[in-house]
Ligand binder design. Structure first.
Ligand code: A3P
Length: 328
């Protein structure tokens, strides 16, 4: 995810050659497609998905900007939706104990879709639980139709930057720019799926547009970390699988929170030693599941940004979000 598994990116199509371009964080240049920065491979994946993917009215879409808590949201939504088949409390064989969340909830788009054809998504039984980093403008036509549901999770942008930096650095991308340059680019809105504020705003507007039927549930990482049980209940309701009284009194809410918590998932053998196949990494160079679990804290930016850097990004984000009602 986040385009972070790409090495070299020389397969730009005639399609991307018509788009505005800029140097990216590593050897892959970025192309601006409907206001969103994508690599050539990601652009190709978007093209494929738009042409081939057929949305269903009962699809549930999880949408995030890269490094905003996607792995957590996948785990929570999967656990909630599948709890009749995979009970939370009684089971010591819950799929989340043996599979990384990315192997349980597929992405619509991938850094390299050629490795995993869109047909794999067509083969999934309804209702499908799917995930995307794409902004609404790049989703396949009809994806956010009136009857389908989407959950959007966003995160404080300074923490997103720090998390993304560690992500690409861990993957030791070819010709990765230095830290200061990466920060500069992020402040200009230039990162895979960026600008981050545009991404947030587009989903924010969708979530506000029709509050009565609320087809887009807009969540914040920081609020979920502060009140996980409250948000798990809200998520369950939105997904159409509210907790029963019996579940409430049986402590199932707390058990979902615990099962999907950062520490619990991080320490599982599958996530300390396993590799993920679903994310679209080259078979020869699979992504280690541990990549998805770094520090899992709110405000870790304090350890990585100077006060000036923090102030600069805060001002940009505040300015960009002004008047929207969305704040951090
Ligand atoms: P940090 O790098 O700040 O630790 P994504 O899943 O969108 O790639 O986001 C990854 C971020 O979410 C990382 O942040 C990661 O540690 C954190 N994360 C992963 N699993 C989590 C969980 N179960 N609960 C809370 N945060 C989690």
């Amino acid at each position: 995810s986040g385009g972070g598994s790409e090495k070299g990116d020389d397969d730009s199509s005639s399609f991307t050659s018509t788009l505005p371009t800029r140097e990216g964080w590593w050897a892959a240049p970025l192309f601006r497609q409907h206001g969103c920065w994508v690599t050539a491979r990601l652009a190709r994946s978007v093209e494929l998905v738009q042409a081939e993917f057929k949305p269903r009215p009962d699809d549930v879409l999880l949408a995030t900007f890269p490094k905003s808590g996607t792995t957590w949201l996948k785990a929570l939504a999967f656990a909630l939706i599948n709890r009749s088949r995979h009970p939370i409390i009684t089971s010591d064989d819950h799929p989340l104990l043996s599979s990384n969340p990315h192997d349980l909830v597929p992405f619509l788009e991938l850094p390299d879709r050629s490795l995993r054809p869109v047909a794999e998504l067509e083969a999934l039984p309804s209702p499908r639980l799917l995930c995307t980093h794409l902004p609404p403008a790049l989703l396949p036509p009809g994806m956010l139709m009136t009857s389908s549901r989407a959950v959007y999770l966003c995160r404080e942008p300074k923490d997103v930057f720090v998390s993304y930096w560690h992500h690409v650095r861990t993957l030791s991308q070819e010709s990765l720019v230095d830290y200061d340059k990466a920060f500069e680019l992020f402040c200009e809105g230039v990162s895979v799926c960026g600008p981050v504020w545009e991404h947030y705003l587009e989903y924010w507007k969708l979530s506000k547009r029709n509050p009565s039927s609320s087809r887009v549930l807009f969540l914040k990482y920081e609020e979920m970390m502060a009140h996980p049980a409250r948000h798990v209940r809200k998520l369950a309701e939105f997904l159409g699988v509210p907790f029963t009284e019996e579940e409430e009194s049986g402590g199932v809410v707390e058990e979902v929170v615990r099962l999907c918590s950062f520490q619990n998932l991080k320490d599982l053998p599958v996530n300390t030693h396993g590799v993920s196949g679903q994310i679209g990494a080259a078979v020869a160079n699979p992504i280690k599941n541990s990549l998805w679990f770094r520090s899992g804290k709110v405000g870790d930016w304090e350890n990585h940004l100077t006060q000036e850097m923090a102030h600069r990004l805060d001002c940009i984000v505040e300015e960009k979000l002004k008047g929207s009602g969305l704040t951090f």
